[in-house]
Design a protein around this ligand. Structure first.
Ligand SMILES: *Cc1c(COP(=O)(O)O)cnc(C)c1O
Length: 469
């Protein structure tokens, strides 16, 4: 271990430094203490990284300023705006769907004062928070009824808990997927109390597999849209129409009518293939083809707030509303106001494509992207010593959606700079910029950079470049 660690000051010594008198007086004690500890940790990190006595001595000279800097860091917001220059439209780590000003206006109007969240203005009595959304979901999807919870994982859990607690749910092995983080369909099913009855194999499941698995313990058939990967080649699954036949035959035989459930993942409400994207099943299609209950996310392709939407048969939805889990999974007024606004844009699909940022980014024309890339490139080339050009790149949909989608885009490439160093410096700016590194160069895909962000982005690149040159 380095001898230099002996030079690190003790916490008590720093806390009592006369140079810090003013700071100590003006800072709440817990913050001051944390700032001192973090400053000493930073010195420790400096030794670990460089093991350089001169560097350490210089830093020790500046210790009061270092404590001050750490105090500022402690009180500054941690959750903040970043610029997404990765070209991944639904970037799960960067907050997934982006909202437009209309959504924020709705949020502010409802949340900066009181609202009729659970108050029926017509009757002057208690109402339901879900009523604000149901009519819209019905008009858009054709569902009889709807329900909204915290996210789609919660939606799947509530549906299974309501329809199949302690009973069996038949699912194809080809659909037992994991979706980012550690969300696994089989685990969520288990948590809901439903018993998973797997049928078929990874690449092939036949109608007969479902038929053979049916028994008195069966409570539902579940289909999961494997939106984040594709098994190609020697594969077959069971279409919705066939599931309906299987269910109807079982009803004829036993008198028991089982619900058909589908977890669609991405909530696609307009046929994206009309706009040059791969065909994804829409919520409308799944319901029209006989699914009784469909669940989907609010902040994937739907482009709204984080939420899980359940649409389908009124009798099942009514039972879900009464499930005690609903209380634990319920959405707040922020979600409801933003979702109501987003859904209202879908009443006219052309408006949805134009106004919902996710859909707008996914369908933006190449020449429009190119124009923005050229504009950014010119701004960056004006920075002393920096060289930029515009190159082709492929954007990604992200969020576990449309893995095969090909989204030809344009990126600004920076060269003559150590890519790794610049990438890091960009992340450390007041408005952090997250970029793509490709062929040892920093690339900024402009598909996910809003026109209004170009100037700030340029300032951040300038300051990052000055910090490392
Ligand atoms: C993304 C996804 C989920 C989880 O949705 P969240 O809204 O992130 O909870 C569940 N099922 C499928 C098929 C998904 O694609």
């Amino acid at each position: 271990m380095s001898q230099l660690y002996r030079k690190l000051p003790k916490t008590d010594h720093v806390l009592a430094m006369p140079e810090l008198d003013a700071l100590r007086e003006n800072t709440p004690y817990p913050v001051f203490l944390a700032a001192v500890r973090n400053a000493i940790d930073a010195l420790r990190e400096l030794i670990r990284e460089h093991n350089d006595e001169k560097l350490l001595d210089a830093a020790l000279q500046e210790l009061p300023a270092l404590v001050e800097k750490h105090k500022e860091l402690l009180i500054a917001p941690r959750l903040k705006k970043v610029i997404n220059a990765t070209g991944v439209v639904l970037h799960t780590n960067l907050g997934r769907a982006v909202l437009d000003e209309g959504a924020l206006a709705a949020l502010s109007a409802v949340s900066s004062g009181y609202s009729n969240l659970e108050y029926d203005l017509k009757k002057g009595e208690r109402g339901s928070r879900y009523d604000h959304l149901i009519e819209r979901v019905r008009m858009i999807t054709g569902a009889e009824d709807a329900m909204v919870v915290n996210n789609n994982a919660a939606a799947v859990m509530l549906v299974l808990s309501t329809a199949a607690k302690g009973k069996e749910v038949i699912t194809s092995r080809g659909e037992l997927i994991e979706i980012g983080g550690s969300f696994r369909i089989p685990s969520v099913m288990e948590e809901s109390g439903a018993i998973l009855r797997e049928v078929g194999t990874t690449n092939k499941t036949h109608g007969q597999d479902y038929r053979n698995a049916l028994n008195e313990e069966t409570a539902a058939l579940l289909r999961v849209h494997t939106s984040n990967y594709k098994v190609v080649g020697f594969t077959s699954g069971v279409e919705r129409e066939e599931l309906v036949r299987i269910r109807d035959d079982w009803e004829k035989e036993t008198g028991v009518r089982l619900p058909l459930i589908e977890d669609l993942g991405s909530g696609v409400l307009v046929d994206l293939s009309k706009y040059g994207l791969p065909k994804e099943p829409t919520v409308q299609e799944a319901l029209a083809q006989g699914m009784d209950i469909v669940t989907f996310s609010g902040d994937k392709l739907l482009g709204g707030p984080q939420a899980g939407i359940i649409a389908g048969r009124a009798d099942w939805i009514a039972r879900m509303r009464k499930n005690q889990l609903t209380r634990a999974l319920r959405v707040d007024k922020f979600t409801i106001s933003v979702l109501e606004y987003t859904l209202s844009l879908y009443l006219d699909p052309a408006t949805a494509i134009q106004r919902i940022p996710t859909l707008r980014m996914l369908t933006e024309a190449k020449d429009s992207i190119d124009k923005r890339a050229e504009e950014l490139c010119a701004l960056l080339n004006a920075i002393d010593g920096l060289q930029a050009d515009v190159v082709d790149i492929d954007s990604k949909v992200g969020g576990g959606s449309l893995p095969e989608a090909d989204l030809p885009s344009r990126a600004v490439r920076l060269h003559g700079v150590a890519a790794q160093k610049l990438e890091r410096a960009l992340r450390e700016q007041p408005v952090p910029v997250v970029v793509r590194q490709q062929d040892e160069c920093v690339h900024m895909d402009v598909r996910t950079i809003a026109p209004g962000e170009l100037t700030v982005l340029c300032d951040m690149v300038r300051s990052a470049w000055e910090a490392i040159r």
